[in-house]
Structure formats: C-alpha cells, structure tokens
Design a protein around this ligand. Structure first.
Ligand code: FDM
Length: 212
C-alpha cells in the first residue's frame, strides 16, 4: 500500500541477543508502518528459505558441522543472494524491517574467535542500513526469559561473548533501546525512531553500502 515511486524505502535493521524481543518488535513495527499507509515488508536473516539458508538452518540445529569460517561465509552469501531484491524493494519505495543483518554476522562469528576485520570483509558492498536498532539486554536476563529453542548458539556463556562483540561493533549511529522496559514502551520508542528514518529516506537521503 501507498508506495510512492518518487521516494525510496528505508532499510531498518534490528539487532540484539537471542530473546531480546527483536522478532515481536519487528512484526509490531510492520503493522505500525502499514497502518500509516506505508509500503513495508518484514525480512529476517538468516533467510532459511533458500538453498544456502537450508545449509545454515541445518548447522544451527546441529544437524551438520561446518568450519567456523565456512558458516560465516554462508551467512554472508545468504545476504548477498538477497541484495538485488533488497535494492529493488527500497528503490520502489518499500521500507524493509530486517530482523538481524551483517552485525549479527560479525558479532556471532567474532564471538567464536574469528577476527573482526576478517568477518567484516565479505559484507563489504551489501546495502548499509539507514537505521540500526539494538535491543539491549543483559545475557543473564535474556536467558531468564527462557524459550531458547535449543539451537547451537543459544547458551548463556556464548551469548555473553556475543554481547561483548556487539559492544565493540556499535557506533554512535546505533539506537540502543533498553529491552527490559515494558513491551509497549519499547514499541513506542521504536515507532518514533523508525518513522523519523522513513521520513528522512523519503526526502531523498542517499543510500549507502557497508561499512559506512
Ligand atoms: N546468526 C545470524 C549468525 O551467526 N550470523 C548471521 O549472519 C546471522 C544473520 O544465527 F543465533 C545467528 C544468530 C542466531 C542464529 O538466528 C539464528 P535467528 O534470529 O534465531 O533465526
């Protein structure tokens, strides 16, 4: 609905630890934007629907073992295979709310000990988000929420390392939102940030590539 071909959509990324609330907040944001008449879609990475996504999914559910570098490159390839569609959507005025992106890629792989610069390299040239929302939660608090599905990375000790890696990655442009506030408060803050971003992109803010 309402896609204005004159103006581009915004690339909005949600990042955070497992159980930080990204997925619920992403779908709320989608309803919010659609309710305002904006053209918007909800995306997530990994996108498990593709062949590469199937390999990732099998790895995450411990059905296959892969070298740490190899799985890192598969996560990256999974973004590359969606890049041109992503660009088309944005150009034609659709805002994309994306649940995890390159920052998950770097945070999770560097938490295993891979070098940050090595991790960033295959992401160079992907589309750069217009807004990065970080749902901030202490690893212990996230674990208390329960509901870890038993996937490979869903363990407190590892999530602590991922949390530290996110701290290294983020810069002043990230919007850090306290994920332990009541749901409604988080929702409200995210709505304001996203709406402002959508407006700025409509007004002609130029798109950029990673890492910029
Ligand atoms: N993950 C996600 C990575 O390790 N690298 C990536 O590039 C991405 C996008 O995959 F533990 C990790 C993060 C998480 C797991 O994510 C699956 P979802 O959000 O639970 O599907």
């Amino acid at each position: 609905s309402g896609g204005n071909s004159e103006s581009r959509g915004a690339l909005v990324v949600l990042e955070g630890l497992d159980r930080s609330g990204k997925t619920s907040q992403s779908s709320r944001l989608l309803s919010y934007l659609e309710g305002l008449g904006h053209s918007a879609e909800l995306w997530r990475f990994p996108d498990r629907s593709t062949d590469v996504g199937q390999m990732i999914s099998s790895y995450l559910s411990n059905k296959s073992q892969l070298d740490d570098h190899m799985i890192h490159l598969l996560f990256s390839a999974n973004r590359w295979e969606k890049r041109s569609l992503m660009e088309t959507k944005l150009k034609t005025g659709t805002t994309l709310i994306v649940d995890r992106y390159s920052y998950s890629g770097v945070a999770f792989s560097s938490a295993k000990g891979l070098g940050v610069e090595w991790c960033k390299a295959p992401e160079v040239g992907l589309l750069s988000p217009d807004l990065i929302l970080y749902l901030d939660i202490q690893p212990e608090k996230a674990t208390e929420r329960g509901g870890y599905g038993g996937e490979r990375y869903e363990q407190l000790e590892f999530q602590k390392k991922v949390s530290q890696c996110y701290q290294v990655l983020h810069d002043a442009s990230w919007k850090i939102v306290d994920a332990c506030q009541p749901m409604k408060d988080i929702e409200k803050q995210l709505q304001e940030l996203v709406l402002e971003c959508v407006m700025t992109c409509q007004k002609g803010k130029p798109p950029a590539n990673l890492w910029s």
